[in-house]
Ligand binder design. Structure first.
Ligand SMILES: [Zn+2]
Length: 65
């Protein structure tokens, strides 16, 4: 019962996040590779210019070299 409760709560949070945050950020796919950005990465993508976690990681790596 507790596990089920958590699961439905996170679905609900995801829905609220989609509805309110994603519409503002409008960063649903990566600007570099075009992959879908997972909703947990979207706030990061909003900060880094619309990149998925992988592309952001790769870009930082390139800048370091
Ligand atoms: Zn990407």
């Amino acid at each position: 019962m507790i596990d089920r409760g958590c699961e439905s709560l996170s679905d609900r949070q995801k829905f609220v996040f989609d509805k309110h945050v994603v519409n503002k950020c409008a960063t649903r796919e990566c600007a570099r590779c075009g992959d879908d950005i997972h909703w947990s990465e979207m706030l990061g993508a909003y900060d880094n210019g619309g990149l998925c976690g992988w592309c952001h990681h790769m870009r930082e790596k390139v800048q370091e070299e």
